[in-house]
Design a protein around this ligand. Structure first.
Ligand code: HEM
Length: 141
């Protein structure tokens, strides 16, 4: 009964197990979460709220992928999105910088709590002092 399901690709045959193994783990996903969380901040600060919304959407999508691929984080991930990312989204919709800044920083605190919970207390996100140079951060409504 341990027959493996094989998928044909143009490069050869792979088992579903092999495909599952090569999906990104938390370290790979989180690297992108961190980069996008950086862009998110400066997009909102610059007034490019549409870019901010885009980056937030990507952060949330990445967190959901993490919850799917690593079910042990699923509960905390869902709670984190509701408690910390939704308020960031509300501030973006309201185009309210002060509200955004507060919610954004609370998100960092919330991520630190979870990193600690999962024995990664040495991973603490720090908002870079400079905006990313590869995006136009001015308003584009
Ligand atoms: C916006 C919120 C978050 C930010 C900015 C963030 C940022 C990061 C960063 C930069 C890393 C290090 C990646 C690396 O260089 O290897 C990391 C790792 C990690 N984060 Fe987050 N994180 C966030 C939310 C969360 C949440 C909600 C959870 C769990 C529910 C979580 C769990 C983890 C775990 C388990 C690792 C270690 C991954 C590994 O090495 O296997 N993070 N995070």
């Amino acid at each position: 009964m341990d027959e493996k399901i094989v998928v044909k690709t143009k490069h050869g045959e792979l088992t579903l197990e092999q495909l599952a193994e090569v999906q990104p783990g938390m370290a790979r996903l989180m690297k992108e979460v961190g980069e996008r969380y950086h862009i998110l901040y400066y997009a909102a600060k610059g007034g490019n709220w549409k870019l901010a919304q885009h980056e937030l959407n990507q952060v949330v999508n990445l967190l959901k992928v993490g919850a799917t691929l690593r079910p042990k984080y699923s509960h905390d991930m869902t709670a984190f999105i509701k408690e910390h990312m939704d308020p960031v989204g509300e501030a973006i919709k309201a185009r309210d910088w002060r509200l955004f800044d507060k919610a954004y920083r609370k998100g960092i605190d919330g991520s630190n709590v979870l990193h600690e919970k999962y024995a990664y207390g040495y991973i603490r996100y720090v908002l870079p002092k400079n905006p990313p140079e590869f995006y136009d951060l001015s308003p584009h409504e």
